[in-house]
Design a binder for this molecule. Structure first.
Ligand SMILES: [Zn+2]
Length: 291
């Protein structure tokens, strides 16, 4: 029996904002499963809130497998024109650039490839933030997403000055996983916000920091010491892989370095933001908000 066509869901597109029929889009694209056939296991996300400002460094035991595979998660939030247009072209352009890095091959990353990789990372992290069911943790703005859409392939997107994107060569022992942690600095809609995400794809570890708040900066010497090579906003050709490899422990250390900066007390004083006693200590994602 032929299947009945489902009625199209029309809504504001997550990237262009227009009311159009929405299509399903993978948070992490399907082609990754060809490159990473083992990408079927667990994944976890650690999501922290402003409340964490005064808490101790992350307790290892608080991590848990959140019971779904983000590698196959799809969300119905993107219009047919974005999905089949610029997003599809960006995926196609990223495949040959990311595949050798994921496979740990000796490589050279010219500047124009780094810009395309940065565009792909911003798109992917934008999708990934929707897997957190807490809307207040959605840090990446509609303006940032729309500017990404308007940028040409390999051309710097406008208004992404607040982004820093780094790559590291991962040599860990854990099973395949995609890890992420996002942080909100401030809970009010207009308050300064920042997010950090770490995505592990095979031998590649992608790290991002972004904030619309100019005083929130990463501790670059510290992260570079740990083997992270900045591909955005830097414009320098990179030999690959870096001599320093990143393991499980170093990834944790990097996340903590970033957190220390975000939780800076002086910054809290300047912005007048105080911990919200009603916010939970730790937000978990039991399931992605699937439309
Ligand atoms: Zn769209």
């Amino acid at each position: 029996m032929p299947k009945k066509p489902r009625p199209a869901v029309v809504g504001p597109c997550y990237f262009c904002g227009e009311q159009k029929p929405l299509t399903r889009e993978h948070v992490f694209p399907d082609w990754l499963r060809r490159v990473l056939p083992r990408l079927t296991g667990t994944s976890w996300q650690i999501l922290t809130s402003r409340r964490e400002v005064s808490s101790q460094p992350l307790n290892e035991s608080k991590r848990k497998d959140n019971g779904y595979n983000i590698g196959s998660t799809q969300l119905k939030v993107v219009c047919v024109d974005c999905n089949g247009g610029w997003m599809s072209r960006l995926q196609e352009a990223a495949i040959p650039l990311l595949t050798p890095l994921i496979n740990g091959e000796i490589h050279h990353i010219p500047v124009e490839h780094q810009v395309t990789i940065a565009q792909w990372v911003i798109m992917t992290v934008s999708m990934q933030q929707l897997t957190n069911p807490e809307p207040k943790s959605h840090i990446i703005t509609s303006r940032e997403r729309n500017n990404l859409r308007l940028a040409r392939l390999g051309e710097a997107p406008m208004n992404h000055q607040g982004w820093t994107i780094g790559l590291a060569h991962f040599m860990g022992t854990t099973p395949e996983f995609i890890a992420a942690r996002q942080q909100a600095f401030g809970y009010a809609d207009e308050s300064p916000r920042a997010q950090t995400s770490v995505i592990r794809l095979g031998d590649l570890c992608v790290m991002t920091w972004s904030s619309a708040y100019e005083d929130v900066a990463i501790n670059r010497p510290a992260v570079e010491e740990h083997g992270v090579r900045i591909v955005w906003p830097d414009q320098v050709p990179l030999p690959w892989p870096p001599k320093v490899k990143v393991g499980n422990v170093a990834v944790d250390r990097l996340l903590d370095l970033l957190r220390v900066r975000f939780n800076d007390e002086e910054l809290a004083r300047q912005t007048g933001l105080l911990p919200d006693p009603k916010a939970p200590d730790m937000l978990w994602t039991p399931h992605p908000r699937s439309a």
